[in-house]
Design a protein around this ligand. Structure first.
Ligand code: USQ
Length: 380
């Protein structure tokens, strides 16, 4: 397939690039390096100090040439020219600002998150409608769009019976940050274009991701994706493992009873491969809940503590004031069977996996900036 990857330099974008290049697809990559720019501005560094995508491309062994464009796809003319020139079969859209704390930092970054995310999604949908309406759009959504409702979370849709009639609607959404809210607005745009213009779209509602792709067979350290652990761009499990390595107590926000659906980055990439093979019909929006296991933050901290004891790391745990406004004690039961029905074999979190990630992180221990561990951005 000819596949365009938007946001190819990031944690997921680069992992996807490596995986799809191994399968010899024809790849066109695009990134404007905005995550790197904002990390620099905020004084955050990745753990592994990985070079930009452009300079890593030559290390990939793909029989097809891989093209890279350093472009901002929130600018309409950029998106249009790439789509007209390459006419891909599928487009995977990762080109969004991905951080809840960043979106709550100040009015500038709040708006930048909303603007960038909506504008890139709008440009994509509009250009696909006008130029390649048969193309499969694969969009990274987030489980956080659903929030933590007091009923089961379905996969994207909810059938409602009302006054003896019934209909199917997008499952109600209520994000707990402006980042999550920008994804909700994306979903509305995607559903509008899909039903109005007969597009073919898949929305992947992903939970927090952990791990490193492809940790088992790293042939060259530069092929590993960027790994963040700071208070703004790091996700909780990756952060906990890095905190343990530098002998800092794990930063449990509030009571730690917040539950989310988590996924290993290896599974996350497998889900994308499965999605590529399952083209929606014209006018169909497929929605998959992309996570494999539910944990509370406290449960995660216990898994990290028990696992790392095996390699003689004595993990300390600290409950700190929750910087976010989020429900701490809540019901959570999210369905996630669609991707498994299509062939996903979930890689469950294990002590071995935590130790593997920790061993990788240990190699970069000297790079860890302990000043970026405690959260500074408060929702209130
Ligand atoms: N948390 C802690 N301690 C920490 C960091 C986080 O207790 O040091 C808690 C948070 O309060 C939250 C949970 O862990 O309850 C998850 O936080 P997170 O930072 O790992 O995840 P989140 O901010 O929700 O966002 C991340 C990604 C985002 C993705 C989302 C999936 O940054 O791109 O969309 O996970 S989800 O959470 O399902 O919306």
């Amino acid at each position: 397939m000819k596949i365009l990857i938007l946001g190819a330099d990031g944690y997921l974008g680069w992992s996807t690039t490596v995986a799809l290049s191994n399968d010899n697809h024809e790849l066109i990559l695009l990134d404007n390096y905005s995550k790197r720019k904002y990390m620099r501005k905020l004084g955050k560094k990745t753990l592994n100090n990985i070079p930009k995508a452009e300079s890593r491309l030559k290390l990939l062994n793909n029989k097809n040439k891989i093209l890279f464009y350093s472009l901002d796809c929130s600018i309409y003319s950029n998106m249009l020219s790439i789509i007209k020139k390459h006419k891909p079969d599928a487009i995977i859209h990762f080109a969004e600002l991905p951080s809840a704390p960043f979106s709550m930092f100040n009015h500038k970054y709040s708006w930048e998150t909303i603007r960038n995310n909506l504008q890139s999604t709008f440009n994509l949908l509009q250009c696909v409608k006008d130029v390649i309406p048969n193309c499969h759009i694969i969009k990274l959504g987030t489980m956080g769009e659903y929030g933590t409702p007091n009923i089961d979370i379905e996969e994207g849709w909810l059938k409602i019976n009302h006054n003896k009639r019934s209909d199917k609607f997008l499952y109600p959404r209520q994000g707990s940050s402006l980042y999550h809210t920008s994804k909700i607005m994306d979903t509305d745009l995607i559903w509008f274009y899909t039903r109005m213009h007969n597009l073919r779209c898949t929305d992947l509602m992903q939970g927090p991701v952990y791990g490193i792709y492809p940790i088992q067979n790293i042939k060259n350290d530069q092929l590993v994706p960027m790994f963040t652990y700071d208070d703004i761009f790091g996700t909780v499990l990756n952060r906990f493992i890095v905190q343990a390595i530098v002998d800092k107590p794990l930063t449990i926000y509030g009571k730690g009873t917040q539950i989310r659906g988590y996924i290993n980055v290896i599974d996350s990439i497998n889900c994308i491969k499965i999605t590529l093979q399952n083209l929606p019909k014209k006018g169909e929006l497929k929605i998959y809940n992309q996570f494999t296991e539910q944990f509370s933050v406290l449960e995660l901290s216990k898994i990290v503590k028990k696992s790392l004891k095996k390699i003689n790391i004595n993990v300390k745990v600290n409950k700190i004031e929750n910087p976010r406004i989020e429900k701490e004690k809540h019901f959570y039961n999210a369905k996630h069977s669609n991707l498994e029905k299509l062939g996903l074999k979930p890689l469950k979190l294990s002590e071995e996996i935590v130790i593997d990630i920790a061993n990788y992180c240990q190699k970069f221990k000297k790079n860890i900036d302990t000043k970026t561990i405690i959260p500074k951005v408060k929702w209130q």
